[in-house]
Design a protein around this ligand. Structure first.
Ligand code: NAD
Length: 363
């Protein structure tokens, strides 16, 4: 079956790493067509909007997109274009696997974790009230009246909505993911001991949903601060983690650190109707156009996309090829080398060429 995929090259290093992922996917011989669309600075310059409606329409129509990182625009009304895309398409689940690859310099071995982060609410809802604004002061007065608690003067306020609907939806997603991917355990991460009505609700939903899977998947609970320590001390004891938005964002970077850094951390944002695949890292503007950064995170995001499209043979070939190149450790970018200035490091496209050579060998 021919796939049509929306490709958003992105900003900064985005076009370089997106090109690498596109080349690897094409090297598998898969029958596909790319629809190249823009978001961010380039879109503003060409079509006059940071987040053009035609880009969103393309993703809705094709149902899958591969997206390079976007630079967060300052002072444009958008808090984050990434958050705006996730909200516009209701990509409620953020999936970030953290898997060790032999040859990557890391303190840990054999890590195989999956972070499932709620993407649609929590402190990322963007409901904020600025310090000393008259509306903020009115809100503070109301909160003091209802809560019978004092808020310091000159405070800013961020609202943390956690709903039953979104909590159940993400927790069910985590269990279904665990079931269909041969995982044994789901751990719900929270701070319900302090935030009883938000994280408390998330935890209550987790317990209820877990009951439906009791005979198939182990369920555990962990308080987020303790989870940080556990992940540093005993990461191999965990499997699938499900978290509200903010903790999910932080813990997924921690997990990226466990496997050797942002250069290899892949991700997906999944909704009921479409999905956008992207690396965990940002646009690293200082490396833009230098052909220097690691393409692996973006290539592995492409692998996640192929699995989502049930193209597992092609996904396996690319993953095997990436693994082999990293294990050999010769044709790899600077961040895989013992020192940052290692003269044997290769550029983004040369590492991609080495991966493509392996893909052809496996075909
Ligand atoms: P970043 O991830 O872009 O870069 C931080 C550092 O990580 C880089 O300086 C580099 O040393 C390293 N790094 C990142 N990607 C790498 C790669 N592929 N290979 C090797 N090293 C790599 O984070 P930042 O500097 O905080 O953010 C830059 C911009 O990206 C900001 O505008 C931010 O908002 C945006 N951002 C976008 C996304 C996204 O589009 N999903 C995610 C995070 C940040």
């Amino acid at each position: 079956m021919k796939h049509k995929i929306t490709l958003i090259p992105g900003d900064g290093i985005g076009p370089e790493v997106s090109r690498a992922a596109k080349r690897c996917i094409e090297a598998t011989g898969l029958d596909l067509e790319w629809e190249i669309m823009s978001v961010g600075q380039e879109a503003l310059e060409t079509v006059g909007s940071l987040l053009p409606e035609e880009t969103l329409t393309s993703i809705r129509k094709n149902k899958v997109a591969l997206k390079g990182p976007l630079t967060t625009p300052i002072g444009t009304g958008f808090r984050s274009l990434n958050v705006a895309i996730r909200q516009a398409l209701d990509l409620f689940a953020c999936l970030r696997p953290a898997k060790s690859y032999m040859g990557v310099r890391s303190r840990y071995k054999d890590i195989d974790l999956v972070v499932v982060r709620e993407n649609s609410e929590d402190l990322y809802s963007g409901i904020e009230f600025e310090v000393d604004n008259p509306d903020t002061n009115k809100l503070i007065e109301k909160i003091e009246e209802y809560s019978k608690k004092k808020i310091r003067t000159h405070s800013g306020i961020s609202i943390k909505p956690i709903s039953k609907y979104a909590s159940e939806r993400i927790i069910r997603f985590a269990f279904e993911y665990a079931l269909s991917n041969g995982r044994r355990k789901v751990t719900a991460v929270h701070k319900a001991n302090i935030m009883k009505f938000t994280d408390g609700l998330f935890l209550k939903c987790a317990r209820e949903v877990a009951a439906d899977y009791a005979d198939k998947i182990i369920f555990e609970e962990a308080i987020v601060d303790n989870m940080c320590m556990q992940l540093v001390q005993r990461p191999n004891e965990y499997d699938v983690l499900v978290l509200p938005n903010l903790y999910g964002d932080i813990i997924s970077d921690l997990c990226a650190g466990l496997i050797g850094g942002l250069g290899i951390a892949a991700g997906a944002n999944i909704g009921e109707n479409c999905a956008v695949f992207e690396a965990v890292h940002g646009s690293a503007p200082k490396y833009k156009g230098l052909d220097k950064v690691n393409p692996t995170a973006m290539i592995l995001s492409g692998v996640l996309m192929l699995r989502h499209l049930h193209e597992n043979d092609c996904a396996d070939k690319i993953e095997q090829a990436v693994k082999a190149v990293i294990r050999e450790g010769k044709t790899v970018t600077y961040d895989f080398k013992p020192t940052r200035n290692d003269p044997t490091a290769v550029g983004t496209q040369e590492m991609t060429d080495a991966i493509i050579k392996k893909i052809h060998e496996y075909s």
